[in-house]
Each structure stands twice: as structure tokens, then as C-alpha cells.
Design a protein around this ligand. Structure first.
Ligand code: 5AD
Ligand code: SF4
Length: 382
């Protein structure tokens, strides 16, 4: 490391969005530490500030733009994650204080990029790397964990489902599966470091298939690991869930027995427009089987309100499904139009006021259901 680099070697990372980004930030910290950089606990103390970002909703992007805008000073600012891929070199026009833009599939290049930046003058500092389609396997074997006991383990990257509202397939690329031997090696390494719980991650985690084993089989292998006490996984897609998977889950004693199964809408017409690949009757049958097979298992979901063209009746259908199923918890999102997606081009975009009203109504409904289920659960315990 040169003298100039040594002077600029404290990095602070701000992470936004999903667990995938939390894990990516750990990978970035691991890579940078190995290259001689120090990870700073505070922004004030850092020379380089990296924003690891999310593009799923406009609100998440707006927050990052306004935070970056608030830095006036000598820090080097970098944009990473989904917004980096979404904006690429246009990010420099949007905010000239940004010095580097690195997409989710290019994170392994970061140490090299910082090295190049350190020898450039302030005005020349513009580097972007956003074109890779895959990450090298080695980046998963850095040993930086934020939690001493729990680790996130990425088993697949990207998504090919192209739900019509979603930006993920564009920014994270096509679905790719890591080899199960590499995944198991990573978990062994984590256990050696003292990790006892893991969460397997993928945008469509239960579609896992590396050409040798499928999702159920990898759960069985994880369950059999000495030193591991608990595992869970995130996020499952209803179209890839089946009875074989539920039966396996029931039998695996280290499974946390939690299933996050995004519903998105309770109306068939909207599900078709969303390109979700299932009908409400399929979803009801699936959750019914889950409840019967994985006794006492928790069930959570994601719902989007105000999708283009969603009528009041269709919104009511979603409320009715939420009541009927009784999710332990639900993340309820206001539809956010994402440029480049199919839904952004659809007719019937709703007024924000109407979306806000529907959001509040279903949120209140879900809060009451969650509360009732929690008290039933604690009554059963007492
Ligand atoms: N608007 C609102 N919510 C969205 N999600 C994905 N894209 C959008 C969007 N454009 C939600 C979905 C998904 C969760 C991670 O984010 O419910 O399951
Ligand atoms: Fe987005 Fe649908 Fe893929 Fe989930 S399954 S990441 S909502 S496209």
C-alpha cells in the first residue's frame, strides 16, 4: 500500500435493503480488510464512505440520494449494490460527489478500484464497474461476520422470475446457483469460527438446484452439520414450493420452522398481471399443507398494495385472503413504479392517496391478526 493509500484507508459502509445486501457488505468488509483497509465504526472517522444500496422501491433510492447529497467535504463516496447497477455511470451526473460505482456482480473488483482511485486527483476520480454477470466463488470465503453466532449464507444469486413490478432481475442478473460443495465449505468455515445458526439466502431460495442436488437435499445436508444448532432460509417462491419440501422441513430438527412465502396479492387477475405464476387457490392449498405438515411452523408474507389497475374489490380480495390465512407477520408495501419494469408501463397507475389508504387498512388488519396469534401462542405456552 502506498503512502497516499495509507492516508485514505478507513472505510465506512452504510447498508440498505435486504439480507443479501447485509451479507454483501460483510463480503466487502472482508475483502477490504484483506487488502489492508480498516473498517471504521463511524462515518466521522472514515476517509471512504460506501453506500450499499437497494432499488426495490423509489423511497429507498431517494433516501440514499439525499444522504449522499448531505456529504460536503473531503470524503470519497462510493455507490454499490442495486442502485449502482440501476444508474451505472449516470450516478456521476446525478451526484458529482460520487467517485466510484460498483454493481452487485462486480464487488470483487473493489480493492483494485480503491487502489486506482488513490492515485487520481479529486476531479479525475470517476470509476465505474457494473458489467460483470457473475462473482468469483472466492469472495464467499472471506471470514468477516457481523454476528458472532449467526451467519447469512448466499446459496443462489439473481432471479429469472421477472415479476412485472420488480427491478431485481435487471440489477442482480439471472438466477445462478452456487455449487453445494462450495456452500458447505463456507458453512464449515463459519462453524469453525463459532457460528451456530445460519440463514440460507437467495432471491428465490427454494428453486435451488446446482445440477447435483435440489433445495430439499441441501437443507438435509445443512441439518446434518455438527456444531450447527439452527437454520432457516429466505425468500421462498410459492411456485417452487411443494409437499416434498414441507415434509422434509418437518423432519429436520434444526429447522427454525419459519416460512416466508410472498403472496403479493389476493386477486387472481392481479397475480396474472404481476406474472407470479400461481392462482389464489394454489396459494391457499400450499399454505394449508404447510400448516398441516409443519405443525406450529410460522408463516410470514409480503404484500403489495396499489398495483396498477387494482380495483377496490381486488384490494378487498387481498384483505379477505390475509384474514383467511392468518399470517404470523406480513410486510406490506405500497406499490412503487420502477422504470424499466413491465408494470411501470401498465395502464391504471393509482393515485398515491388511494395507495396510502389501502396500505393503512391492510396494515391495521394484519396488526390485529399478528396480535391475536401472538396471544394464542403465549396462552398455549402457559
Ligand atoms: N413496489 C413495491 N414493493 C415491491 N417489492 C418488490 N418490488 C416492488 C415494487 N416495485 C416487494 C415485494 C417483494 C419484496 C422484497 O419487495 O413484495 O417480495
Ligand atoms: Fe423480484 Fe419476483 Fe424475483 Fe422476488 S421472485 S426477486 S419479487 S422478480
Amino acid at each position: 500500500m502506498s503512502d497516499k493509500e495509507k492516508k485514505q484507508n478507513k472505510v465506512f459502509l452504510r447498508t440498505f435493503g435486504c439480507q443479501m445486501n447485509v451479507r454483501d457488505s460483510e463480503l466487502i468488509c472482508g475483502l477490504l480488510q484483506k487488502a489492508g483497509y480498516r473498517i471504521s465504526a463511524t462515518e466521522q472517522d472514515a476517509d471512504i464512505i460506501i453506500f450499499n444500496t437497494c432499488s426495490v422501491r423509489k423511497h429507498a433510492e431517494d433516501r440514499v440520494w439525499s444522504l449522499i447529497g448531505s456529504y460536503k467535504g473531503s470524503k470519497i463516496i462510493g455507490l454499490m449494490g442495486c442502485m449502482a447497477k440501476n444508474y451505472q455511470e449516470k450516478a456521476f451526473e446525478r451526484d458529482p460527489s460520487i467517485s466510484f460505482v460498483v454493481g452487485p456482480q462486480d464487488i470483487h473488483k473493489l480493492p483494485d478500484i480503491l487502489k486506482k482511485l488513490s492515485v487520481k486527483s479529486l476531479l479525475e476520480r470517476k470509476i465505474w464497474e457494473t458489467d460483470s454477470v457473475e462473482r468469483p466463488e472466492e469472495i464467499y470465503h472471506t471470514d468477516f461476520y457481523q454476528d458472532a453466532k449467526h451467519a447469512y449464507v448466499v446459496i443462489s444469486e439473481g432471479c429469472c422470475n421477472f415479476c412485472s413490478y420488480c427491478v431485481v432481475p435487471y440489477v442482480r442478473g439471472a438466477l445462478r446457483h452456487r455449487k453445494h460443495k462450495d456452500i458447505m465449505a463456507e458453512i464449515h468455515q463459519a462453524i469453525d469460527k463459532g457460528i451456530t445458526k445460519v440463514t440460507l439466502l437467495g432471491q428465490n431460495v427454494n428453486a435451488y438446484q446446482d445440477g447435483q442436488i435440489n433445495f430439499t437435499k441441501i437443507l438435509e445436508q445443512v441439518n446434518a452439520l455438527d456444531g450447527l444448532t439452527e437454520f432457516d432460509f429466505f425468500t421462498s417462491h410459492p411456485k417452487d414450493a411443494n409437499l416434498e419440501f414441507f415434509k422434509a422441513l418437518h423432519g429436520l430438527e434444526k429447522s427454525a420452522k419459519r416460512l416466508h412465502l410472498p403472496l403479493q396479492s389476493g386477486a387472481d387477475r392481479i397475480l396474472t398481471l404481476m406474472n407470479r405464476g400461481y392462482k389464489i387457490k394454489d396459494y391457499l392449498a400450499l399454505t394449508d399443507s404447510y400448516r398441516k405438515i409443519v405443525k406450529g411452523g410460522l408463516l410470514t408474507t409480503d404484500i403489495i398494495v396499489g398495483f396498477p389497475g387494482e380495483t377496490r374489490e381486488e384490494f378487498q380480495e387481498t384483505c379477505a385472503v390475509v384474514e383467511k390465512i392468518g399470517f404470523n407477520a406480513a410486510y406490506i408495501f405500497k406499490y412503487s413504479s420502477r422504470p424499466g419494469t413491465e408494470a411501470a408501463k401498465m395502464a391504471g397507475q393509482l393515485e398515491q392517496d388511494e395507495i396510502n389508504k389501502r396500505h393503512k387498512k391492510i396494515l391495521d388488519l394484519q396488526r390485529a391478526i399478528s396480535k391475536k396469534l401472538r396471544s394464542r401462542h403465549s396462552d398455549a405456552k402457559n
